[in-house]
Design a binder for this molecule. Structure first.
Ligand SMILES: Cc1cc2nc3c(=O)[nH]c(=O)nc-3n(C[C@H](O)[C@H](O)[C@H](O)COP(=O)(O)OP(=O)(O)OC[C@H]3O[C@@H](n4cnc5c(N)ncnc54)[C@H](O)[C@@H]3O)c2cc1C
Ligand code: SF4
Length: 488
């Protein structure tokens, strides 16, 4: 372990943030990572407690005590080896993972947890700047061809693992750029897209081929899913040309709010709003970008996507930003003895909230109000939760002004027409049915077809998508060759 008494001597140090005034003027990342000396001290706080709950709290099972120790000992070269042994893309998770590992840290029982995510961030940024992240070429080629549908974190992780196992991998992506929600959902201020480009370059050097602007299967007319496809490939063609197919198309069907006035101009899904700004940041010229400048914006939905709409609206120069959440306000502090080592429910304020936002809890929208076809406001009601059921509070109706309403209530499932085109069985929630068993896991009901990430598990996190991509790659490798050395 690092320093035996480190956890008694040193306090947790958070990463720095650029001031709100400066950061809302642009879309750049504003987190100031730990320097080497700070990371070393934070690494010294790890108790090497013997049963590292952090390791099972982390969905990719990062070997956290080991890299904490290596950073404390100034052995950054081996720290990145340990980190990469479980996580293909620590530069993504080191920036945008909510860090369930820290909730599970043993020091979190009665103190502040080790700053695991900030140490991960420091290790991978150092590794890139030192030139330690290089292509890893397979020792032998299998002669087998694998198609991966979707280039989000699940598809990229699966593709990288399969290429390193010697297979010939092609990633199909309907959008113009690679990365899935990392590229088009998550704003640049949380993660700049050069991180994706750098990984894609590494993967190309490892032999992965990418085909962008290609839709596999079918999207219904009028679908509001981001789609820049210029070419369509049928699932049958993929099955004919490839030895295995991995479906990693995400869960793109947004949850709607079908109340009166839904079709008014100015009421949009978050995933109509956020991708446009990401495209503009990448240099695209869009006709009629959806913008929040000078508008009263109401974001419906209290999660990550809603928070990203808040941050983007403030950067546009919105007149006001209000965020609604149906559930009551959670407590500021969790009850640690009750919740540790699990992910606790508590009030979480994001950096976007700090930039200016009124948060309303226990509120439901009854109707969108409008004039001449444009939204002008919302009719709301306060709600209470009685025995798990939502009940409206009589007499609490209110009308609020709104020029732009963004629906950020999550995603219901993958797009059904794509799964139907592949003919795969769905589970009760409309996701692709496939288990995660060590043997036969990630395999769908269709011949040769596997599934991973949000398309299999439903809307989730980047770190879960990476885990699923890695595990699905092992399942495909076993299917193609009868055995696999890829880690699970
Ligand atoms: C706005 C927003 C913010 C988020 N913030 C965070 C965060 O801070 N931290 C976090 O951990 N998670 C966050 N998430 C969740 C996270 O982004 C997802 O869980 C993760 O990206 C899922 O990865 P995936 O690879 O399964 O799918 P996706 O990232 O959705 O990628 C799927 C890809 O497949 C492509 N595709 C789909 N169908 C086809 C087809 N038929 N043919 C060709 N291509 C196809 C899509 O275009 C897309 O590029 C956020 C999500 C959103 C929407
Ligand atoms: S990937 Fe997420 S959960 Fe795992 S160690 Fe990093 S921050 Fe923690």
């Amino acid at each position: 372990m690092g320093k035996v008494t480190g956890f008694l001597e040193y306090e947790r140090l958070e990463e720095g943030y650029e001031s709100v005034d400066k950061r809302v003027k642009n879309y750049k990342e504003f987190v100031i990572g730990l320097n080497a000396e700070q990371a070393k001290i934070q690494g010294a706080r790890c108790m090497d407690c013997g049963t590292p709950f952090c390791n099972s709290g982390c969905p990719v099972n990062n070997i956290i005590p080991d890299f904490n120790d290596l950073v404390y000992r100034n052995d950054w070269r081996n720290a990145i080896e340990v980190l990469h042994s479980t996580n293909n893309f620590p530069e993504f998770t080191g920036r945008i993972c909510p860090a369930p590992c820290e909730a599970a840290c043993t020091l979190n029982v009665n103190d502040d947890p080790v700053g695991i995510k900030s140490i991960e961030h420091a290790i991978i940024d150092r590794a890139w700047s030192e030139g330690w992240v290089v292509p890893q070429l397979p020792k032998a080629r299998s002669g087998k061809k694998v198609a991966v549908v979707g280039s989000g974190p699940a598809g990229l992780a699966a593709a990288q693992q399969l290429a390193r196992a010697g297979h010939d991998v092609t990633v199909f992506e309907k959008n113009g750029r690679l990365g899935g929600l990392l590229r088009y959902g998550i704003p640049d201020f949380k993660m700049e897209k050069s991180h994706i480009d750098r990984r894609v370059a590494q993967m190309k050097a490892e032999g992965v081929s990418f085909r962008t602007n290609v839709l596999v299967g079918h999207l219904s007319e009028g679908s509001k899913v981001t789609n820049d496809a210029k070419e369509i490939v049928s699932p049958d063609q993929l099955r004919r040309e490839f030895d295995a197919v991995v479906l990693a198309g995400g869960a793109e069907a947004s949850r709607d709010l079908p109340v009166p006035g839904r079709d008014l101009d100015g009421v949009h899904f978050a995933m109509e709003f956020l991708p446009q700004q990401n495209k503009v940041n990448a240099g695209d010229k869009l006709k009629g970008q959806l913008r929040a400048d000078g508008k009263h914006v109401i974001v419906i939905g209290g999660g990550d996507t809603g928070s990203d709409c808040v941050g983007t609206s403030n950067r546009h120069g919105a007149a006001s930003v209000t965020q609604f959440e149906l559930l009551p306000q959670p407590p500021e502090q969790e009850d640690k003895p009750l919740t540790w080592p699990y992910w606790p429910i508590k009030l979480r304020s994001s950096s976007s909230h700090e930039e200016g936002c009124t948060r309303e809890f226990a509120i439901a929208t009854k109707e969108f109000l409008g004039e001449k076809g444009k939204v002008t406001g919302l009719k709301t009601v306060r709600v209470e939760w009685v025995n798990g059921k939502m009940v409206e509070v009589p007499g609490s109706e209110q009308t609020l002004k709104a020029d732009l309403v963004l629906l950020a209530m999550g995603f219901v499932s993958p797009v059904a027409s794509i799964l139907e085109a592949f003919g795969v069985d769905k589970d009760a929630r409309g996701n692709v049915r496939a288990s995660t068993d060590a043997t036969g896991g990630y395999k769908t009901s269709a011949d040769k077809v596997f599934a991973a990430g949000d398309m299999r598990r439903g809307q989730s996190l980047v770190v879960w998508a990476i885990r699923e991509g890695r595990q699905a790659a092992r399942a495909v490798d076993e299917y193609l060759t009868g055995r696999s050395d890829l880690p699970r």
